[in-house]
Design a protein around this ligand. Structure first.
Ligand code: B1M
Length: 216
């Protein structure tokens, strides 16, 4: 368990948009054998959520949001490298294509999901961010994946997840893939409404849902 003062400092430095300090804390925690996911879940995610709240309330502006996002991305990169090392050699369990949907550049969460899945022996094709439906379907077919996962962080881009379900149906491909949706505004209710096979709340839940969908 990471010391609560370190957690508080890590969160504070992210909210203060201090990339140098954020990186220093992330590197130190990992060098001391701390759990990278615990640091993400207890410090950096609450930190960036606080930044988001301040931005939403007009108490912090876009340039500051961008600096905080850059610090968050740098911390995520450090965490993701540590997660990849934790994975070791594992039997491969299923193939997943993951993308942030068209019109949406939020990819910090999606990248954590990618890393944790890989660390759990799942083969992931990371299609990137702002990816249109046709490209997602094309790549899923090309790589012959089992599951297509999409991330949406904006209420205005969640509709792209529904569009994917419709595109798969029109192409006669709906039964070929399982689908999973995630992202801050996305819910289990939304997943059920659009006909997605699963909703994942966070990266750990994403790994669990892949295992459930593939029954591995
Ligand atoms: Co933006 N942004 N942003 N932003 N941003 C939000 C989403 C917002 C809620 C902030 C706010 O107003 N309070 C708001 C959306 C409001 C709405 O839709 N109603 C918003 C806005 C408005 C905008 C812009 C429009 C701002 C502007 O330009 N005026 C703009 C849009 C750009 C675009 O996409 N077209 C914009 C831009 C940006 C930055 C570029 C500055 C930056 C993103 C940088 C990047 O990602 N490379 C950014 C950031 C950082 C945020 C907040 C603060 C944080 C997002 C984040 O990284 N969270 C965000 C506020 C918030 O969400 N509270 C906000 C941490 C991350 C680990 O969590 O992504 O939820 P998350 O992922 C989690 C789970 O959701 C889940 O697992 C992850 C790990 O636990 N998960 C999955 C996610 N995808 C999954 C997929 C799965 C499974 C699980 O399987 C398929």
């Amino acid at each position: 368990m990471i010391d609560k003062d370190i957690i508080a400092q890590a969160k504070k430095q992210l909210v203060d948009q201090n990339k140098e300090k954020v990186l220093e804390i992330a590197n130190n925690v990992i060098a001391d054998g701390g759990d990278p996911l615990e640091l993400m879940d207890r410090a950096f995610i609450p930190g960036i959520n606080k930044v988001g709240d301040l931005f939403g309330r007009g108490q912090l502006f876009l340039p500051e949001l961008m600096v905080a996002a850059d610090a968050m991305q740098a911390a995520t990169d450090v965490i993701n490298v540590a997660l990849a090392k934790m994975g070791g050699k594992q039997e491969k369990k299923g193939k997943v294509a993951l993308a942030t949907v068209k019109g949406d550049v939020h990819d910090i969460g999606k990248c954590i999901v990618v890393s944790l899945m890989r660390a759990n022996g799942i083969t992931v094709f990371d299609l990137g961010r702002d990816v249109d439906t046709d490209t997602i379907v094309e790549q899923a077919v090309k790589e012959d994946v089992d599951i297509i996962g999409t991330s949406a962080l904006l209420t205005t881009t969640m509709g792209q997840q529904k569009k994917l379900e419709q595109a798969l149906k029109s192409a006669g491909l709906r039964d070929r893939f399982k689908t999973m949706v995630g992202g801050a505004p996305v819910t289990g209710r939304w997943a059920a409404r659009i006909g997605a096979d699963a909703y994942a709340e966070d990266a750990q839940d994403g790994v669990m849902k892949v295992k459930e969908l593939l029954a591995v």
